[in-house]
Design a protein around this ligand. Structure first.
Ligand SMILES: Cc1ncc(C[n+]2csc(CCOP(=O)(O)OP(=O)(O)O)c2C)c(N)n1
Ligand SMILES: [Mg+2]
Length: 449
């Protein structure tokens, strides 16, 4: 008896926390007559009842959608405000993204860059959300969000220079792997590959924004995959942004895979959205292949984020059509037919194009002209960047840390100096390699004498 009573207390206090977080779904009228726990809104109940859902009916969290699979507004759709100019900009960027991806994917296959990651299938999630943000909201990406930079006018030249690591690479002067973009001018923090590190960092950035003159004007938007949400850093970031005033917009791209691990093996609950209310964080799930729904959901989420000065979570349901990266062959763990089906059904670009056509905002002739122009622009930018040299060799060791050069960098620099002395003038592979650097390493070689 005593044990049962203790168990009952534990259960109700858990329920109390959930009620405080704004959930009313588990509360029935009959429980009201027993009053509430002290210092909480948790109603006392004589019934022992477990729960495992955040919805009132115990079902899955719904997915907000505006357009059907062929670009027609669904009945009762709450449409975001959009005019022709904005729609065209969104569509053009949605088409630019895969045009760029196709070229750089092939360039990697030719051995001209070391690595690449495409965003095939996720164009609506990325461009729709980018369009909903203010251009000076701080963005912390995972690695599949170069579309946000395209949207903000980073430009193809900068994209190419970073991927090729040439002398115009403003992201990292050739030090980073391809796709690790960064640009203070575009309020885009440099990508770092260790998963989920950007999530608590985003909460920190948002906290700083909240303490600055930008209070109430900007948020920090953080992108991550549903796989990254399995990291402890996701939970740390969510807890921080829900307890300490920090307008953080959490945008999770649920694209069905973390490399080869399907989403079904990554969580037992109702996706990532179900975790939001656990932190008292306003949450919405959206059809990530419906750009209008993403635009509407992220706009509202951003508004809420600024109004409340706390975290808001958006889960965009999409599908990773491409391989994880150029280091992956996804047909080892999923069928070609699954991918072909996903390309066809709810294709984000086709859906939006059909919507544009129905509004009289787009035509076949414009489509052909756009595709031809983008292909040409992308190829031109690549050719330009390909012809450039790498940054000076010494740049390899600069700007890694702020302040005085630490011992490990000094040690690495000295090691390279020794190797250059030994091989640079006599061994063909080293000679050829040095030719590719601005200044051919000569100045640096002299320095290290
Ligand atoms: C801490 C850490 N663990 C593992 C990896 C290797 N890794 C790189 S991407 C990835 C999958 C991430 O999946 P998800 O977050 O869903 O993003 P997606 O690639 O689907 O966009 C893994 C496991 C890593 N980079 N960092
Ligand atoms: Mg994923």
């Amino acid at each position: 008896m005593h044990a049962l009573r203790r168990g009952t207390t534990a259960l109700t206090s858990r329920t109390a926390r959930n009620a405080l977080n704004g959930r009313r779904g588990l509360q029935s009228a009959s429980t009201e007559r027993f009053g509430h726990l002290p210092d909480s809104h948790s109603p006392i109940t004589p019934k022992l009842k477990f729960f495992n859902s955040v919805t009132e009916d115990g079902g899955q969290i719904p997915t907000y959608r505006v357009l059907d699979g062929v670009g027609k507004p669904i009945e009762g759709a709450e449409m975001p405000e959009i005019d022709e100019t904005l729609a065209r900009k969104i569509y053009e960027n949605m088409v630019l993204l895969p045009t760029l991806d196709t070229l750089l994917y092939n360039v990697q296959r030719q051995g001209k860059i070391s690595f690449y990651m495409t965003a095939y299938g996720e164009e609506a999630t990325i461009i729709g959300s980018a369009a909903a943000l203010a251009s000076d909201d701080e963005v912390l990406g995972q690695y599949r969000e170069s579309g946000v930079l395209l949207w903000r006018g980073f430009g193809l030249d900068n994209i190419m220079s970073q991927c090729l690591g040439n002398e115009e690479d403003t992201s990292g002067k050739g030090k980073q792997m391809p796709v690790h973009f960064g640009s203070p001018a575009h309020h885009f923090l440099t990508i770092s590959s260790p998963l989920a590190t950007q999530i608590p960092q985003a909460a920190g950035v948002a906290f700083a924004i909240n303490r600055s003159a930008r209070r109430g004007k900007n948020c920090a938007a953080v992108y991550f995959g549903e796989g990254a949400a399995s990291e402890g850093d996701f939970h740390a970031g969510m807890l921080f942004a829900s307890t300490i005033p920090s307008p953080t917009l959490f945008i999770v791209r649920n694209n069905g895979f973390a490399i080869s691990t399907p989403a079904a093996e990554q969580y037992h609950g109702d996706g990532i959205a179900a975790r939001g209310p656990g932190y008292g964080v306003w949450t919405v799930r959206v059809d990530g292949n419906d750009v209008l729904a993403v635009l509407g959901a992220v706009r509202e989420a951003r508004k809420k984020c600024l109004e409340e000065g706390r975290g808001v979570l958006v889960e965009a349901m999409t599908y990773r059509v491409g391989h994880h990266s150029t280091s992956d062959d996804s047909f080892a763990y999923r069928s070609r037919s699954e991918v072909e089906d996903k390309k066809r059904i709810d294709n984000p670009i086709t859906r939006f194009r059909l919507f544009m056509e129905s509004q009289g905002w787009w035509s076949k002739a414009e489509e052909d002209a756009l595709r031809a122009r983008l292909k040409k622009d992308v190829m031109q930018a690549f050719k330009r960047a390909e012809g450039m040299q790498r940054p000076e060799l010494q740049e390899m060791f600069t700007d890694v840390y702020g302040g005085e050069e630490p011992w490990n960098i000094k040690e690495q620099r000295e090691e390279l100096a020794g190797l250059l002395k030994k091989y640079a003038n006599d061994w063909e592979p080293w000679k050829t390699e040095l030719e590719r650097f601005k200044g051919k390493g000569q100045e640096w070689l002299k320095k290290s004498d």
